[in-house]
Design a protein around this ligand. Structure first.
Ligand code: NAD
Length: 442
């Protein structure tokens, strides 16, 4: 297991080489997550009296772990995969973040995503710091037995750096509740006791929480509702367009529909459907197969993903992939309010255009934070050895989201900043306060 601490790592050099001052020409659709993460940090820091020392710590992960994960394939051959766990900053509590199985996984990508998790947890006032990890693998090329072996060996390789009070992984791209159940089992076997708190996003049979799957979409819907109210619009009849009808987008669309909104357009990877009088989103199935999800749905009009993003609606929810609102289409977006369901759907250049055009963008680190908040509830249920009902989870999520919304709203009103900058200000202030209280060790 290779562990790199602090400033002498390759990650440090990668971060420094991609660092952009806020005043420079902003990058666009090829913008990497690390560029976005660094840019937002510097931008929010301008509003706060944080020490250069703290900022320097926040620019780099506390620890990057790189491991080799060998498995025996079913054809008898041995294959070795690269795995990572990046732990960003733990001043407010143990590290928390997903693990993804994808060919694009790298130390740099994990670093950026771990940073985003630090901000997301702080925005929600959760007692966690950010982490992210994963394995460089195309999971569709492994069978179930090989994926299980890979996961168990990954858990073993990471055993020293993870733990229910150290670092708590969760599912992410290419992984699911079965993956984290195997991870939990492997960890528990080696510890000699059952440790459900080592992961979140588990099946309910082994301590997973009700409402986890729905939570990121629910938080998107809650902040969309609050944003409509804040800008003097009623949710009754408010028009909504949702890009991506998956776990986040479908749940957000169905809730907004149930609360009186009119979801006029939804899409999947192949394109979208539109009905100006509102789609019956409750009856559209969410399919795990991302292709052809909407092709059997009866709707008056088909439209492309590009057209969906430019519809004249009250709320636009990009809930599919990153970097879809760019320098090229930002001027043509006609939505009144944008609520980010996906992680990083708006490039920095597009953000600037929306700011100039007075289109509020409610940022991902608030809007889709229902996922990590439900994970926090799952972790609490493990600590307390008590399971919550779905109603309790939803009620607590509503309370947490409204608290976070109020914190951002205060910054927006006091400082006249965008919702995104307000979110980073809230996060950085809380991290700064924790750092000041704890001081630097030794
Ligand atoms: P998902 O796989 O369940 O659904 C994704 C949807 O987007 C599908 O309908 C798919 O067809 C569509 N899609 C894929 N590529 C597209 C493209 N290029 N253009 C348009 N549509 C496309 O994914 P999800 O879990 O809903 O995640 C969506 C986004 O939300 C991701 O950015 C993810 O990181 C983020 N997110 C997810 C969670 C979670 O717990 N699920 C939590 C926070 C953030």
């Amino acid at each position: 297991m290779g562990v790199r601490n602090g400033t002498d790592s390759r990650i440090h050099q990668q971060i420094m080489s991609t660092h952009k001052e806020p005043t420079e020409q902003a990058p666009d659709e090829d913008e990497s997550p690390i560029e976005t993460a660094r840019y937002q940090l510097e931008r929010a820091a301008e509003h706060l009296d944080l020490s250069e020392g703290l900022l320097e710590q926040l620019r780099h992960p506390s620890k990057t772990v790189e491991v080799s994960v060998p498995i025996r394939r079913t054809d008898g051959s041995v294959e070795v995969f690269n795995g990572y766990r990046v732990q960003h900053f733990e001043v407010r509590g143990p590290y928390k973040g997903g693990m993804r199985y994808h060919p694009s996984v790298s130390a740099e990508e994990c670093t950026a995503l771990a940073m985003l998790m630090t901000w997301k947890c702080a925005v929600m006032d959760l007692p966690f710091g950010g982490a992210k990890g994963g394995i460089v693998v195309d999971p569709s090329e492994l069978n179930t037995q090989e994926t299980e072996q890979l996961t168990r060996r990954f858990a073993e390789e990471l055993r020293e750096v993870v733990g229910p009070t150290k670092d708590i992984p969760a599912p992410d791209m290419g992984t699911d509740e079965q993956t984290v159940a195997w991870f939990m089992d492997a960890y528990s076997m080696q510890e000699g006791e059952t440790v459900p708190g080592i992961v979140t996003g588990k099946p309910t049979a082994v301590g997973g929480t009700h409402g986890r799957e729905e939570a990121p979409g629910r938080s998107v819907a809650i902040v969309a509702r609050e944003a409509l109210d804040y800008y003097g619009r009623s949710i009754a009849g408010a028009t909504v367009a949702v890009q991506g009808f998956g776990a986040v987008g479908a749940n957000a669309a169905r809730l907004l529909d149930a609360w009186g909104g009119s979801v006029v357009a939804v899409s999947d990877v192949d394109g979208g459907i539109y009905d100006e009088s509102g789609l019956d989103v409750a009856s559209i199935p969410t399919d795990s197969d991302e292709h052809g999800q909407l092709e059997d749905v009866d709707a008056p009009r088909q439209l492309s993903n590009a057209e969906l993003l430019e519809l004249d609606v009250d709320i636009l929810i990009p809930a599919a992939v990153g970097n879809v609102l760019t320098r090229d289409n930002a001027a043509d977006v006609q939505a009144s309010i944008i609520v980010e369901g996906a992680n990083g759907p708006t490039t920095t250049a597009a953000d600037t255009v929306f700011e100039e055009r007075d289109i509020p963008v409610i940022p991902d680190i608030l809007a889709n934070a229902g996922g990590v908040t439900a994970s926090y509830f799952e972790w609490l249920q493990h600590i307390n050895r008590r399971s919550w009902s779905r109603e309790e989870v939803n009620d607590e999520l509503e309370t947490e989201m409204l608290d976070a919304w109020d914190a951002l709203r205060a910054e927006v009103e006091d400082r006249g900043v965008t919702w995104r900058t307000a979110a980073y200000i809230v996060a950085l202030s809380r991290i700064g306060d924790a750092m000041n209280a704890r001081g630097l060790w030794p």
